[in-house]
Design a protein around this ligand. Structure first.
Ligand SMILES: [Zn+2]
Length: 396
């Protein structure tokens, strides 16, 4: 019963090898047993021939346990010769269902590499199990109610291979992960949405960064979506402009050496050392300090409580930035100008930062869990598993 056996299967014996720390349980069926056809379900098919197979099972204390059985192929009158399904394992798996449930529970608690060491199985075998359960659960995901989506991209490996995530904002779950960050990914998302019962025309809000590919993709494939530009991405662009000002000024101001990270922070989050450094700098005359103030003032816009107030604020900021005589800041201000409506849309779409930040931290966790993953496919599966709010159907 503990093995999940159903008639005609019975345990016929067990071999215990203390040296190899291995327990082999033998399972068989009586001669003349009849089986259901795996194809059409017809009962009472006789065995045609058999093949010996074994499955890794839950450890018996510190001993690895295996089930061994000769699995029959039946001769069905309608379907011909077919290999039967056994009640304790999925077709094609070398693990029992209970062992797979253990693997999936472990994966939720630790990196795949750690699970690999604990169970003593090669990680490619564990990944196969993960892919099966994730794909099965993914197939049942329902996107019929999705109306607000955020898109985020992350480097799969340092420097290359991007994956893009589509987040259902209202349910705070990742509903689509795809390789790349080009125009085609929005089309792929729209197709996937339809496959899961959703409707691209029903997407009313989409939060993206300012990449032209995303903007174009949304216009083409999510026709009714209003675009909100992601706050963090805009601030990042302005930060890069501040850094350009610093790099140029450093050539004539040695005291700016080693201050790069100071200007990337907000005053409240400076370390004690950075605060001392900042106080020692001639901030009244430094261009870098002026650029930094322009960035901080831009961020201040997000404290406004209405789109109208934010629009007035942004207008004043734009005037200041474009008259700063700091070319990188002027360029950044022009970028803001070109994306004006989508930046201000933030105040109406009220897409909570928390959701995107929360998903982002889950993705970082997924990367950590799949450290040493051999493929982007593995990382995608782990993102779904951790951030997809999937309902896994696991044997209990
Ligand atoms: Zn049949």
């Amino acid at each position: 019963m503990a093995l999940g056996l159903t008639p005609p299967w019975t345990v016929t014996g067990a071999d215990f090898d203390a040296d190899r720390r291995r327990l082999d349980i033998h399972i068989d069926f009586p001669a003349g047993s009849r089986f259901a056809c795996p194809q059409c379900g017809a009962a009472g098919c006789p065995a045609h021939d058999t093949a010996a197979m074994s499955w890794r099972h839950l450890n018996f204390f510190q001993h690895q346990a295996y089930l061994n059985a000769r699995v029959p192929r039946v001769k069905c009158e309608a379907c011909g010769v077919r290999k039967v399904s056994v009640p304790w394992a999925r077709d094609g798996s070398g693990f029992t269902l209970l062992f797979e449930a253990l693997v999936m529970a472990m994966i939720r608690a630790m990196p795949v590499k750690a699970a690999e060491r604990l169970v003593g199985e090669h990680d490619t075998r564990l990944w196969r199990v993960i892919h099966h359960y994730v794909e099965e659960a993914r197939a049942r995901v329902d996107t019929a109610d999705v109306t607000r989506v955020a898109v985020d991209e992350t480097a799969a490996r340092r420097g290359h291979d991007y994956i893009s995530l589509f987040v259902d904002i209202d349910q705070a779950r990742v509903i689509h992960v795809t390789e790349g960050r080009d125009l085609a990914i929005v089309a792929a998302f729209a197709d996937d949405l339809v496959e899961h019962g959703g409707n691209p025309a029903q997407i009313a809000d989409v939060c993206i960064d300012m990449s032209p590919a995303f903007i174009k993709g949304v216009a083409e494939h999510l026709p009714n979506a209003e675009v909100t530009f992601d706050k963090f991405h805009i601030v990042k662009i302005i930060n890069e402009a501040v850094d350009q000002v610093r790099r140029a000024e450093r050539k004539t101001h040695v005291e700016l050496k080693g201050t790069r990270y100071l200007w990337l922070r907000n005053p409240a989050t400076l370390s004690d050392r950075q605060r001392v450094t900042l106080n020692s700098l001639p901030t009244r005359t430094l261009k870098t300090a002026r650029a930094y103030q322009i960035r901080l003032t831009f961020q201040g816009m997000y404290a406004e409580t209405s789109q109208q107030a934010a629009a007035a604020y942004l207008k004043r900021w734009y005037f200041w930035a474009t008259h700063s005589r700091l070319p990188p800041m002027i360029d950044a201000a022009h970028t803001v100008k070109r994306h004006w409506d989508g930046i201000l849309r933030w105040f109406d779409s009220t897409i909570a930062n928390g959701v995107i930040e929360g998903i982002n931290s889950l993705v970082q966790a997924a990367k950590a869990k799949s450290r040493g993953y051999r493929s982007t496919r593995n990382l995608k599966a782990m993102v779904y598993l951790i951030a997809g709010k999937l309902y896994l159907r696991l044997p209990a």
